[in-house]
Every structure is written in structure tokens, then in C-alpha cells.
Design a binder for this molecule. Sequence first.
Ligand SMILES: Cc1cc2nc3c(=O)[nH]c(=O)nc-3n(C[C@H](O)[C@H](O)[C@H](O)COP(=O)(O)OP(=O)(O)OC[C@H]3O[C@@H](n4cnc5c(N)ncnc54)[C@H](O)[C@@H]3O)c2cc1C
Length: 244
Amino acid sequence: IPIPFPIQVHGKAGVKFRNWAGTYGSSPELYFQPSSVQEIQEILELARQRRRRVKVVGGGHSPSDIACSEDFMIHMGKINRILRVDKEKLQVTVEAGILLSELNRELDKHGMALENLGAVSEVTAAGVIGTGTHNTGIDLGILPTQVVALSLLLASGEILECSESVNPELFQAARLHLGSLGIVLSVTFRCVPEFRLLEVAFPSTLSQVLDELEEHLRRSRYFRFLWFPHTENVRIIYQDPTSQ
Ligand SMILES: Cc1cc2nc3c(=O)[nH]c(=O)nc-3n(C[C@H](O)[C@H](O)[C@H](O)COP(=O)(O)OP(=O)(O)OC[C@H]3O[C@@H](n4cnc5c(N)ncnc54)[C@H](O)[C@@H]3O)c2cc1C
């Protein structure tokens, strides 16, 4: 789909990308920080003209090379607005580059929260769903299970809305997109009423915690344990909703 406007967007040459841990990196030919969907469409048009591949990076936290590119790289940091908060349906629609730290603060203002999160918040809405980010809790799904809709910009320039009822097959794939299906522009998350957690932590051993795993999983909604490698030492952590 040819875009109906001239290409004005500029990419930076000479940028070196490193992921958060510094374990993977790349030197994209051009690095873009668009602030509108139109600019992203221009980048795709330029990539088509020059026959370049495009990769998007969110928070750059993936401990792999999944966001790396030697061609064009798009950083989504300026595509980060809250688009809609629906307190009745308990849903929030955000632009894909919003950090969860920003989203959590906004949801807090409305007495809402995401039901489950990963360990860090300087990661983006599209980034966490794209790699199937998980936390803990035997009754809770990975973060993509909290997605009710998203919009996807395809390489052709077409924008597709996806949900359980619209483009349902694409929706199932796109909510764990691995950065390979197109550019996620926005995501709608299912939320829950805001809640507080009480954390209780205590020591144990690896063999003991594995023997009693089922019991721990039933006893605490957000159960996890930290194992200190090359030792038997384990720290068990229970986190459970509280009114305190
Ligand atoms: C300290 C630390 C703690 C972590 N804790 C956990 C944890 O508790 N649980 C867990 O499961 N994981 C955890 N992770 C992994 C992290 O949650 C994932 O790697 C997540 O994908 C990072 O999000 P991001 O925004 O940084 O994505 P990035 O690393 O920037 O990108 C991830 C993928 O999404 C693609 N992408 C990003 N934005 C878009 C977009 N708008 N459109 C299309 N594709 C896009 C990228 O191309 C790439 O393929 C942790 C990582 C670190 C460094």
C-alpha cells in the first residue's frame, strides 16, 4: 500500500544497540525514533524502497538477540501514550512503546492494575507480550493472556485490528509475536481492580521445596523461590492479596 505523503522521517547512522544486559548488540544501518504512526509508515516505505529489513525494539531487555538488526531499527519510546481507560470493562488501551512502569502509574490513578507482571517494569507493552513474559502463580497465565486486542502494522503498510472476534487467528499469533509479524502499534489489556500484596519470605532447601512444590503452589497465589546455584539454599517467597 503506497503511502499518500512524502517520506520525511530521518534515521540516525552509527548507533550501536546493546540489550539491557550488554550480552547482545548490533549496529543498525539506520536507527529511528518515530513519534507517530505516520512516521513508522514512512520508515516502512523507505525500507521497501531500499529493500531493507526492519526490527523494532522496546525496552531492549530481552536476554537474546531477538531485537537486533543490521538494517533498520525502530525504537518505540515515543509511541507511548495511554489511549483509553475503560473502568467499566476494566480494560486499558496503550500505544505499544509504553513502559509498564508508566502504565502501572496510570492504572493506579484509576484504581486498576494488571493481574500479573514480570520482574521488571522498564519494559514495553509490545515487548513483554512478544516474548511471552511470565511471572508466577499456578492460576495465572503469561502476559499475552491478558491481551484482549491489538493493532498491527504489516510490512505492506496495512493496519490490522485483531481480537478474539476480529482476525482471531492472527490475534492468537500476534499476542506472542516474537517481533516477527509486523509492528504492534497498540495493545488493549484486561485489568483487575487494584490490589495490595503481602510478602512473606523464608529459607528452605532445594530438595525440600521441590518435594513440596504442589503444596506451595496451592498455598500462595504468587509463589516463587530463589535458588542460590551450587548450594542447597533456597529462599521461598509468598505474595498474597491483603487488605492491610
Ligand atoms: C532484569 C530482567 C528481568 C526480567 N524478568 C523477567 C520475568 O520475570 N519474566 C519473564 O518472562 N521475562 C523476564 N525478563 C525478560 C523480559 O521480560 C522480556 O525479554 C521482554 O520481552 C522485554 O521487553 P522489552 O520491551 O524490553 O522488549 P525488547 O527486548 O525490546 O523486544 C522483545 C521482542 O519484541 C519485539 N518488539 C518490541 N516492541 C515491538 C513492537 N512494537 N512491535 C513488534 N515487535 C516488537 C522485538 O523486536 C523483540 O523481538 C527479564 C529481563 C531482564 C533483563
